[in-house]
Design a protein around this ligand. Structure first.
Ligand SMILES: [Mn+2]
Length: 314
């Protein structure tokens, strides 16, 4: 059964974008509820108007299909979430299983020439998709990562596939992309900062406070986005943690941090990626959780991500 995202009646076969929901939040460390992210986003998505000022009606034209939740992932989540900190080994092997399931589903859909997106779940959700993307594009792409957190910890609380380790796991995997560009980062530890510095430019981080200081002293958001876009190769995978935005837009997310991008700054950024003729080869949206408002913002970010992706592929 289709979740009928955005209320459009695209059949699986016809849809240009396949969305994989990942109801998984076992490694979340603070707030709860992001396993229901796909569900609440889907519900809120019906109120999003299908016309976008930049991407027009491309989402309706080309079609998006969201699969049903994978039962195994949901069962593993519900079983392990209440006792995660006491069952680290069990969680680690369950994470591997989730990655494998997402990988297989993603690979299957990439082979059908669809663009694949993951809707999390916590930020560990998309690793399987990123692996499948690399097999298709080798490492000829960069990851554009919107987040409050650097997510470059080797492990967190003993979890090897923690939400706080996703970019560490991506960048140290045999399937690492050629570049990681991070935007909005404002919460990180020394280990992560050292990893960025040691990367010799392979990891380029645009910290939130530095971006703000530029804006305060008169640099325009246009100039700032141009600078960031220039760091990116042509093929881009977008990993979007909702907490990269101002927490007024995502109060229910697991680990909110003051600061962050406004919705319009983000939309403008997407417009710039489109204007620069970049190609979005896949994406994820993670850590959406909480109220109707959180769901509403999540649905609108997802709609923009789908519009941008389609506009850069057709
Ligand atoms: Mn985050």
């Amino acid at each position: 059964m289709s979740m009928n995202i955005f209320g459009i009646n695209t059949k699986e076969k016809e849809a240009a974008i396949a969305l994989i929901p990942v109801p998984w939040e076992v490694t979340t460390s603070y707030g709860n509820g992001t396993a229901d992210g796909p569900k609440i986003i889907e519900r809120a998505s019906h109120q999003v108007d299908l016309w976008d000022s930049t991407f027009e009606n491309i989402v309706e034209q080309k079609g998006v299909f969201m699969f049903s939740e994978n039962n195994t992932i949901r069962e593993l989540n519900d079983k392990l979430k209440p006792k995660a900190l006491d069952s680290v080994n069990e969680v680690n092997s369950a994470s591997e299983r989730v990655n494998e399931l997402v990988y297989r589903k993603a690979k299957d859909n990439l082979e059908k020439n669809k663009v694949v997106g993951v809707v999390g779940g916590d930020h560990s959700s998309p690793l399987g998709l990123i692996k499948a993307i690399t097999e298709k594009y080798t490492n000829d792409y960069g990851v554009l990562h919107f987040d409050a957190h650097a997510d470059l910890r080797k492990q967190y609380q003993g979890f090897s596939h923690s939400h706080a380790s996703i970019m560490y796991n991506v960048m140290t995997a045999p399937f690492a992309p050629k570049k990681l560009v991070q935007v909005g980062i404002r919460d990180f530890c020394e280990e992560e900062l050292a990893r960025i510095k040691k990367s010799e430019g392979k990891i380029k981080t645009f910290f939130d406070d530095a971006l703000s200081e530029k804006k305060f002293s008169g640099t325009t958001w246009e100039t700032i986005t141009d600078t960031i876009v220039m760091e990116l190769p042509n093929n881009i995978y977008i990993s979007f943690d909702i907490d990269g935005l101002d927490p007024n837009l995502c109060q229910g997310t697991g680990t909110p941090v003051p600061g962050g991008l406004s919705f319009n700054e983000c939309s403008y950024f997407f417009k710039k990626l489109f204007a620069a003729k970049k190609k979005i080869i896949g994406f994820d949206l993670c850590e959406v959780s909480g109220s109707e408002w959180d769901a509403n913002v999540g649905a609108r970010v997802l709609f923009k991500l789908c519009g941008l992706t389609l506009a850069t592929n057709f």
